[in-house]
Design a protein around this ligand. Structure first.
Ligand SMILES: *Cc1c(COP(=O)(O)O)cnc(C)c1O
Length: 399
């Protein structure tokens, strides 16, 4: 498969071994167990000497097809899957980290990941150092002091900050760390972390991979040794991907390239439009030349992604008068879907923080996260325009 282009592999990869009865589509196998009349065959499958399935918490043909596809798209030796993106992250960290270990990461990771770093790992006597996102010197300095895991996410949520994966992965390798990248925002269409030196790539498949906001899931890709050990942790701890979700994710992934291309195109046009709007204070999109991560993004990404954010003047008051008027956008917490999705950071990604904490992270109260869908971009821009007109001028008097 590796000699075909990624759009072709998104359609064909991973499926063949799970097909049955001449069906051209992967079946949703709901069976919890897989039976054997031949005791020797059963034993061989159970100990991994022969390919096959025993019990649904461990493996399943539909789930295996999903794993095969994401493994191929990330160019990895192996892949395993999880019930959610957070399960992928917690199971991976749970496999690799023990009391006394040290982790280096960044301040802008996904909210749930940040909670693992600040709330759960410290309770296990695991030392977590969170560097300023984008401060490559600080990351390199902390990594050089020694760490078991260097954990990255780029672009980040919600201000789409960029970290140079190749540069800090080099520092990670030198320190003997396992380098992990959450590639949810970029997807394998736009960014290939393993090629840039990462050891493991994580996805919340719930987002762009599935692309239709109708299934939760997660994945980890990397070397067989690492992935096998994470799979073992997951099969015992039980955060297994459901076969029906695996099927929905698999189907969504067939159109990944088409969707991502369109979402990138729409996001860029919307970012440029927002820069011309008086009521908009700032626009964050790595495709804009004034974005601090623009040059690195240009180097390590094929395109700049479907995620952007922007701050409106007047803060929360303005949000109340603006967001409800958008017709072609779900006001919701997810992202990466075919529909445009919008939400204020104070309600979605950074709801646990105080306004002061958000300010310290460079997140204005009026910040809106915008996940561009695949609608016609003229309609999306018109929709924004009419919603901006609904903001009453008098709300700016006191702000
Ligand atoms: C949503 C998200 C996660 C968590 O995924 P779930 O499927 O919701 O558990 C992790 N990382 C990033 C970047 C995300 O956007």
């Amino acid at each position: 498969m590796r000699d075909a282009k990624i759009s072709t592999r998104a359609i064909w990869a991973g499926e063949k071994e799970s097909l049955a009865f001449g069906a051209t589509q992967v079946p949703v196998v709901h069976s919890v167990s897989f039976g054997y009349d031949d005791m020797d065959e059963w034993y061989d499958v159970a100990v991994g000497k022969k390919k096959g399935h025993i019990y649904g918490r461990n493996t399943n043909p539909t789930v295996e097809a999903f794993e095969g596809k994401i493994r191929d798209l990330e160019g990895a030796e192996a892949a395993t899957s999880f019930s959610t993106g957070m399960a992928a992250i917690s199971n991976t960290l749970g496999t690799l980290l023990y009391p006394g270990d040290r982790v280096v990461s960044i301040k802008d990771t996904y909210g749930g990941t940040n909670k693992i770093f600040t709330e759960f790992l410290p309770k296990q006597n695991i030392d977590v150092v969170l560097c300023d996102t984008g401060d490559h010197e600080e990351i390199e300095r902390e990594v050089a002091k020694g760490c078991k895991v260097l954990y990255l996410e780029t672009p980040t949520n919600p201000t789409v900050k960029i970290t140079d994966i190749e540069r800090v992965a080099k520092a990670g390798k030198k320190a003997g760390a396992i380098v992990i990248v959450d590639n949810t925002f970029a997807t394998p269409i736009n960014q290939q972390p393993l090629e840039l030196g990462a050891d493991l790539v994580i996805h919340s498949a719930t987002k762009f991979l599935g692309g239709h906001a109708d299934a939760l899931g997660g994945s980890v890709c990397g070397s067989k040794d690492l992935v096998d050990s994470i799979y073992h942790y997951r099969e015992i701890n039980g955060a297994t991907l459901d076969p029906m979700s695996a099927y929905l994710l698999l189907r969504g992934m067939k159109t990944l390239k088409l969707r991502i291309d369109k979402q990138c195109e729409n996001a860029m046009a919307i970012a440029k439009y927002l820069q011309t709007v008086d009521l908009v204070e700032s626009v964050f999109y790595p495709g804009l030349e004034d974005h601090p991560g623009h040059e690195i993004a240009k180097k390590q990404m094929n395109d700049f992604g479907g995620m952007l954010s922007f701050a409106v003047k007047g803060g929360v008051d303005t949000l109340r008068h603006f967001l409800p008027h958008l017709k072609f956008a779900n006001k919701a917490a997810n992202l990466g879907s075919v529909e445009t999705v919008v939400g204020p950071s104070r309600t979605t990604s950074h709801v646990e923080c105080t306004p002061e904490e958000r300010a310290a992270m460079g997140i204005p109260e009026g910040l809106i996260r915008y996940s561009a869908g695949i609608e016609d971009v003229d309609d999306l821009i018109q929709d924004l325009e009419q919603a901006f007109q609904k903001i009453p001028a008098n709300i700016f008097v006191n702000s």
